[in-house]
Design a protein around this ligand. Structure first.
Ligand SMILES: [Cu+2]
Length: 244
């Protein structure tokens, strides 16, 4: 009698395993990144109007997600407000992770008050800047933020390295509660009331750009019809305009 002991792996076997590991570029450097989204009310003031609105972590716009292509994301969303909530990762191809896509009542039940849900997905074959937003009722008007997907380590962008990168998010500001706006529209059958301002990075009008870019900076942003991006040629492959 005697317990069998596995023989130590040979040097050749170790070398072979290491070689196989190095041949898997998609996994060799992939990281798991954890984020926590606390859905909570926050007082926000724009256009001299202060309102309590639904936010992620009290921020408007919400926090920035930064990952590399190939990374796994684990985002825990905890609902502290009275509204049901779900978060959609706009433009992310949910390959074999459809339950993490986020549309309420389509791929998941919404997260109820006091409950949480962990969105778990891997970014495959995508680089560039996308965004996330609430995907229930009109909560996306205040619950949204950027997703920045960097190339894998050692992989270059398909264009010259930019001097600086500044995420720019367009939105709209309503002085009133946007849940009341959509509720009234649904009751009357008419169109919803229009917003009070367009926003850039959550600030109305040119204020957003003033905050995003240093004063007197030489940036020039060109907007072309039909493109989902700014100052960008359609021939470049990282354009997000194919998503909806
Ligand atoms: Cu979307």
């Amino acid at each position: 009698m005697g317990a069998s002991v596995l023989p130590p792996p040979s040097f050749q076997a170790l070398l072979f395993s290491f070689s196989i590991f190095c041949l898997l570029p998609g996994h060799a450097f992939a990281a798991t990144r954890h984020y926590k989204f606390d859905i909570k009310l926050q007082n926000v003031t724009r256009l001299c109007h202060t309102k309590s609105m639904v936010t992620v972590n009290g921020k408007f716009p919400g926090p920035r997600i930064v990952a590399r292509e190939g990374d796994n994301l684990l985002i825990k969303v905890v609902n502290h407000v009275q509204n049901n909530i779900s978060i959609h990762w706009h433009g992310i191809r949910q390959l074999r992770s459809g339950w993490a896509d986020g549309p309420a009542y389509i791929t998941q039940c919404p997260i109820q008050t006091g409950h949480s849900y962990v969105y778990n997905y891997t970014i495959l074959g995508q680089r560039g800047t996308l965004w996330w937003h609430a995907h229930i009722s009109w909560l996306r008007s205040t619950v949204y933020g950027p997703i920045i997907i960097l190339p894998k380590p050692g992989i270059q962008y398909p264009f010259a390295k930019p001097y600086k990168e500044v995420p720019i998010i367009f939105g709209e500001w309503f002085n009133v509660d946007t849940e009341a706006v959509i509720s009234q529209a649904l009751q009357t059958g008419g169109g919803p009331n229009v917003s009070d301002a367009y926003t850039i990075n959550g600030l109305p009008g040119p204020l957003g750009m003033v905050h995003a870019l240093p004063f007197g900076s030489p940036y020039k942003l060109g907007v072309e019809d039909g493109l989902g991006c700014l100052g960008w040629k359609a021939s470049q492959p990282e354009v997000d305009s194919t998503t909806s």
